[in-house]
Design a binder for this molecule. Structure first.
Ligand SMILES: [Zn+2]
Length: 160
């Protein structure tokens, strides 16, 4: 084997490699645009989500939900005692009188701009241990009850 015979195909190979590199380079350039566009879209989406998402800021109103349906709303700047009670598959929130007896209920207390479940007859008492909140939610799974704090002007968060 002489050198010339082996060099010829090598040169040819080299040219093909160069063409391939050029093609690959172009492909990557297009890929970069997509990556850039995707990153831009992601930034826009994250910014939009941050702007639209309900902020965990202090709310001025609380809403009580039973089975994801809003049944009661009241302002947080008015101190009060309310009784959430489930009876016959329906739930109601009524003003609570100290010492009043109840079944399947949660006593909701509003004081100092915060809301809490002061007492309840659910087994785990998670809602009571949640404490006073001025933002976010209190859940009582056994009673299928949820208290959500939100802004006064904005509509209460819908079902989810
Ligand atoms: Zn509870």
């Amino acid at each position: 084997m002489s050198r010339k015979q082996t060099d010829a195909p090598k040169a040819c190979e080299r040219r093909q490699q160069k063409i391939q590199q050029a093609r690959t380079g172009k492909f990557f350039a297009f890929g970069d645009i997509f990556v850039f566009a995707a990153a831009l879209l992601l930034i826009v989406a994250v910014t939009a989500a941050a702007l639209l998402a309900p902020k965990a800021e202090e709310g001025s109103v609380f809403t009580v939900y039973y089975r994801n349906t809003a049944i009661f709303s009241a302002p947080l700047d008015e101190d009060g005692l309310y009784l959430f009670r489930v009876q016959g598959g329906e739930a109601r929130v009524t003003p609570f009188a100290e010492g009043e007896e109840y079944e399947n209920g949660n006593v909701i207390e509003v004081a100092d701009g915060k809301v809490c479940v002061r007492e309840a007859d659910c087994p785990a008492q998670d809602c009571v241990f949640r404490g006073k909140i001025s933002a976010g939610e209190i859940l009582c799974l056994p009673h299928e009850m949820r208290i959500s704090v939100h802004g006064g002007a904005a509509a209460p968060p819908t079902d989810y």
